[in-house]
Design a protein around this ligand. Structure first.
Ligand code: GRF
Length: 208
């Protein structure tokens, strides 16, 4: 564990609201970390434009420009390592990572998922929650391992499902909690005040 001042590589494919929340927490001094690089597999990702506007190194690496998944991942890994980031934060990155990628950064890759895992892994989690009729939904920040949305859980936040909710209205309220959850999880990881025991992430008080 690296202690305070983690250097974060953000990987995203779209809107970038979780990235924006992390940026704001760092800017305001709430989160002791820095953003080393922002990488997107989509040149048109609004999150990449945000990164440029805030002056971060912002790199577009379209998977379509590479002959294989391995070649694309190798390019992404090279940029992460060049940035000297020590934490990889998936913030709406719509690519599955290979085992080789995950093993390159053991317990150093975080993801956010819009459900209370292990319920509703995979795509359209909020619609899955509505279809299943759950009364409580939410979001999960977890370490990435080789299972789909299955790594050790760092932070979860719950959201009450209202009778009138649609997948869209529920997703909007979950998103507000995602922004809080990601900042909280990064605070724990950046401080180094945790240990992983099997599936459990135990938050510890750091001795000064
Ligand atoms: C979020 O709902 C996140 O949980 C999921 O992808 C979405 C990304 O949203 N993995 P944004 O790009 O951070 O706004």
């Amino acid at each position: 564990m690296s202690g305070s001042g983690s250097r974060i590589a953000v990987l995203l494919s779209g809107r970038g609201s979780n990235f924006a929340a992390i940026h704001e927490a760092i800017r305001s001094g709430e989160l002791a970390a820095s953003i080393a690089v922002v990488i997107s597999n989509r040149e048109d990702a609004p999150g990449l434009e945000l990164a440029r506007s805030w002056g971060y190194p912002a790199i577009s690496l379209s998977h379509r420009a590479f002959p294989s998944r391995e070649a694309h991942e190798a390019a992404v890994i090279a940029e992460i390592e060049r940035s000297t980031a020590d934490l990889v934060v998936l913030a709406g990155y719509m690519r599955l990572l290979s085992d080789a990628f995950i093993e390159r950064f053991p317990n150093r890759i975080l993801n956010i998922h819009p459900s209370l895992l292990p319920a509703f892994p995979g795509t359209d989690a909020q619609a899955q929650a509505i279809a299943h009729g759950v009364k409580i939904a939410g979001c999960t920040v977890h370490f990435v391992d080789s299972t789909l949305d299955g790594g050790p859980i760092i932070v979860q936040r719950a959201v009450i499902v209202e009778p009138s909710d649609t997948a869209e209205s529920l997703a909007a309220r979950i998103l507000e909690q995602e922004h809080r959850a990601y900042v909280d999880a990064l605070g724990i990881i950046a401080s180094g005040s945790y240990r992983i025991e099997g599936r459990r992430v135990i938050t510890t008080v750091k001795s000064e």
